[in-house]
Design a protein around this ligand. Structure first.
Ligand code: HEM
Length: 221
């Protein structure tokens, strides 16, 4: 049965959320390494101008995607955490919130670096984001320091977030990772207790009754 749809349910991420998550994850990790690489280039390298242009253009597109993602999230249900421990649920929520916040702050500080000389930002030569503040080299310097620091905090947070997803998958053996992937995983009907609409309609026999009354502490994927 194909239970996944475009939009989220309380049990699953829909295709749009999955697409937004992985395209943004790929682009942001790529931007981190591109940023790290481009500051090592010397003036005569062919990528000296190309790499920053690519970094800035992708960053501005990501800004638009981030705003769309925030609106998209606000319009639909969010799958409930599969974790039962209060502190782990809180840690997960804090990390997700931090990832959104860090992405936003990276985009704002990147914009402030690029517009510090009063010029706008060209997005792949197709459109230009104007510089909203005047020429101020000192502000640019400060934004550069903030941007580099945030990028380091961001990549550490991403590493922790990824590690948590892998721990859920391989150690807790729940659906936390698989419901964010395009791979087929067991449908909630098969082995989850989180969606009451999936409970059997027929009267339960003694064995299944016991299963539903005493679900294992961690839900299997
Ligand atoms: C730049 C990289 C990444 C960023 C910025 C990021 C950001 C996020 C955010 C903000 C959420 C919460 C989604 C929501 O609004 O509900 C999320 C969920 C999730 N992410 Fe990532 N992510 C990144 C990379 C990864 C990687 C590499 C993995 C796996 C190895 C991963 C696995 C997951 C999973 C499994 C969830 C769902 C968690 C749940 O259902 O509670 N993410 N991610």
């Amino acid at each position: 049965m194909n239970y996944r749809s475009l939009i989220n349910t309380t049990a699953y991420y829909g295709w749009v959320s999955i697409g937004l998550h992985w395209s943004m994850a790929l682009a942001l990790i790529g931007l981190y390494f591109l940023g790290d690489y481009m500051v090592t280039l010397d003036y005569y390298d062919t990528w000296y101008h190309k790499a920053p242009a690519l970094h800035k253009s992708t960053g501005m597109v990501l800004g638009l995607v981030l705003v769309s993602r925030i609106f998209w999230n606000a319009m639909q249900p969010k799958p409930a955490p599969l974790e039962t421990n209060f502190w782990l649920v809180l840690a997960g929520k804090t990390v997700h919130f931090s990832l959104y916040l860090l992405t936003l702050l990276l985009l704002v500080s990147g914009y402030l670096i690029s517009t510090a000389r009063g010029q706008g930002i060209s997005v792949f030569g197709l459109l230009e984001f104007p510089a909203l503040l005047g020429d101020n080299a000192e502000r640019g310097e400060l934004a550069g320091t903030v941007h580099a620091t945030l990028a380091t905090v961001f990549i550490i947070t991403v590493a922790l977030h990824s590690l948590a997803a892998l721990i859920h998958h391989y150690i807790f053996k729940d659906r936390t990772l698989s419901r964010m992937l395009w791979v087929k995983s067991a449908s909630p009907d098969q082995n989850s207790h989180e969606n009451s609409s999936t409970l059997p309609k027929k009267p339960l026999n003694k064995h299944t009754m016991t299963l539903y009354q005493y679900p294992s502490k961690r839900r299997k994927r």
